[in-house]
Design a protein around this ligand. Structure first.
Ligand code: FFI
Ligand code: NDP
Length: 515
């Protein structure tokens, strides 16, 4: 019997960010392993054109939840969506709902965040810092609360090279930042943002670091823990390999590479690709929830959920495996054939961007215009290059995260829990994982049918022929222009032509003699 699964039985669990990538995998696992839990409250904001119920219905009817429906047929009754917006005061939760949450919640998993790298500081502070503070305040009024688990990121201290499982203070107190966001106007905030974030690359990592400080400062009598995952990728094993449903992190680049939009990247091939599968993050999160509630550690423990120090993989190896998988299982209607050039040099990056990215986009848009259609490729390419520029920081550096607490927790689990809530990244085979990841991108994110693979392969062959034809035509045009201007080129050209002619004549004559 799993002690962890048993612990969640009969419990009322509150999850923020349950409609997000990680939140969905977390909910799925909870329902699958503890179908006798009392209820999962999820704080959901209505989205354009969709009611809360429709959002929940869509999640529960997705492929991800297929296994859950077998073990927990009444899952619809055990999920309670509460209308909430974490950007609003008191999260805009109704009095009645708030009362219910305060009275019954046993465990909180705080996953909601803005993960955009370019978010305005005001918005990133609101969601990643102020909302965390408000949630902690709510938590302190919950008489039954046993644990509050905060999901942060391993990159909250990416300005350091070696990162321990401790909270590193930021120079300006979170409270001061929160206050200043209330009265400073946008223009001033824009001006001070680079100074505030200092040597961090974006507002995301900065506000996640502030969020951790808030957790530490507001802990009071709460039983808290912080989890710091690195780059969360598709699922490894559970509920099935390769599940992913958004383009964050490497996923977007995998799509762009498979579709042939992205053919070169400024990345250090030997830099550690600290990817961590979503199901490993979720298993650790649930184990931490159990440990924090049952063993009540004296201080707030931080758990690194990373792969680099236990089972490292690098970006070069990952790129090769992604391409190898696309050879076997190509994406449909690719723009160009997949290719992966890694470069670390600024000049070559600019060159490849011009030749491999911008020029084909301009030519394709020209073709669209000629055929009376709306050009779109240049715009798409510009967005992709902008995205790349934001991710480059993370693919040209390596970090070391210590994992003492995570390893300590692993040693505390029973053999059964180590199996059911496996977060031992050493068991992961990267090549197999990446292949399943790419396959998952095709099936679950792009919803492409596997029956379309032969046609996709044919399409790539056509693209290869077009590529050869295009290059030959380009060569001939360049050559023609050259011989029109240079006597030397003309002489070389006549020499080659006469040589070929003589060779053909000789070949024809000797074959006639044989007959
Ligand atoms: C050459 C060969 C290649 C070989 C093969 C490849 C091999 C593998 C190599 C892999 C290297 C992996 C590096 C990973 C490093 C991750 C580090 C994470 C560290 C921290 C981890 C965390 O703790 S936290 C989670 C991370 N947090 C994000 O990852 C959010 C990012 N994101 C944004 O910050 C906004 O998105 C941003 C971009 C501002 C645009 O913002 P924006 O306003 O212009 O517009 P939108 O957001 O609306 O997106 C506009 C269009 O970009 C599309 N798109 C969005 N993201 C995309 C993405 N990652 N890759 C592609 N495409 C993406 C989207 O699908 C839209 O496409 P469409 O227009 O067609 O719908
Ligand atoms: N993905 C990754 O690579 C990593 C993620 N993390 C952390 O993990 C956590 C989850 O990330 P992930 O699942 O990838 O992110 P997603 O962007 O997929 O999900 C974010 C969630 O937060 C919710 N949310 C955002 N704004 C609000 C709001 N104003 N009110 C209510 N809910 C809101 C979203 O709701 P809605 O559906 O309505 O938009 C969504 O459910 C985050 O804390 C992130 O920092 C850490 C390391 C890596």
């Amino acid at each position: 019997m799993s002690m962890i699964a048993d612990f969640y039985g009969g419990k009322s669990i509150l999850i923020t960010g349950a409609t997000g990538f990680l939140g969905k995998v977390l909910m799925e696992k909870l329902f699958r392993t503890s179908p006798d839990l009392r209820v999962i409250y999820i704080l959901v904001r209505p989205k354009a054109g969709q009611t809360l119920q429709q959002r929940v219905f869509q999640i529960l009817n997705s492929k991800l939840f297929e296994k859950v429906k077998e073990v927990c047929p009444n899952v619809h009754e055990k999920i309670r969506a509460i209308s909430a917006d974490l950007n609003q005061n008191d999260f805009a939760i109704s009095m009645q709902d708030m009362q219910e949450l305060l009275s019954y919640t046993d465990i909180i998993f705080h996953c909601a965040a803005t993960v955009r790298f370019d978010d305005h500081l005001r918005h990133a502070v609101q969601l990643n810092v102020t909302a965390t503070q408000q949630l902690l305040l709510m938590a302190s009024q919950m008489p039954n609360l046993k644990a509050f688990i905060h999901i942060s990121t391993a990159f909250s201290n990416c300005n350091l090279k070696h990162i321990d499982e401790v909270i590193y203070p930021c120079p300006v107190e979170p409270k001061k930042i929160i206050d200043s966001m209330e009265w400073l106007d946008d223009a001033i905030i824009d001006e001070i943002t680079p100074k505030l974030i200092g040597d961090r690359p974006n507002t995301y990592t900065y506000t996640k670091a502030l969020g951790e400080m808030v957790v530490q400062q507001e802990s009071g009598k709460l039983n808290l823990a912080i989890i710091r995952p690195s780059i969360v990728g598709a699922t490894w094993q559970e509920p099935f390999p390769g599940w992913v449903d958004n383009v964050n992190g490497p996923t977007g680049l995998i799509v762009a590479a498979g579709k042939g939009f992205l053919r070169s990247i400024r990345a250090t091939p030997m830099a550690v690709a600290d990817l961590i599968p979503a199901d490993i993050v979720v298993n650790l999160t649930l184990a931490v929830g159990w440990y924090t509630a049952v063993h009540r550690p004296k201080s707030t423990l931080i758990y690194h959920c990373t792969s680099g120090n236990l089972n490292p993989c690098n970006w070069g190896k990952m790129g090769i495996q992604v391409l190898a998988t696309f050879e076997k299982i190509p994406l449909e209607r690719a723009f160009r054939r997949p290719k992966a050039d890694f470069t670390t040099n600024n000049v070559t990056t600019q060159y490849w961007n011009a030749v491999s990215h911008r020029a084909p986009a301009i030519i394709y848009d020209f073709y669209l215009r000629l055929t009376g259609r709306k050009p779109r490729m240049t715009k798409l390419m510009n967005r992709l290059l902008r995205t790349l520029s934001m991710l480059e920081y993370f693919i040209n550096r390596s970090w070391e995260w210590s994992t003492y607490n995570t390893e300590m927790l692993m040693s505390k689990l029973s053999p059964e829990d180590q199996r059911v809530f496996n977060f031992d990244v050493r068991q992961l085979n990267w090549l197999e994982y990446i292949e399943n990841y790419v396959l998952g991108v095709k099936k679950y994110l792009l919803k492409e049918d596997m029956a379309g693979i032969p046609e996709a392969k044919q399409h790539l062959k056509r693209l290869r022929n077009i590529h050869y034809l295009f290059n030959t035509a380009l060569f001939l045009i360049a050559w023609r222009l050259l011989i029109a201007r240079s006597q030397v080129a003309r002489n070389v050209w006549f020499f080659i032509v006469s040589f070929c002619y003589k060779f053909l004549s000789y070949f024809r004559a000797s074959s006639t003699l044989k007959v």
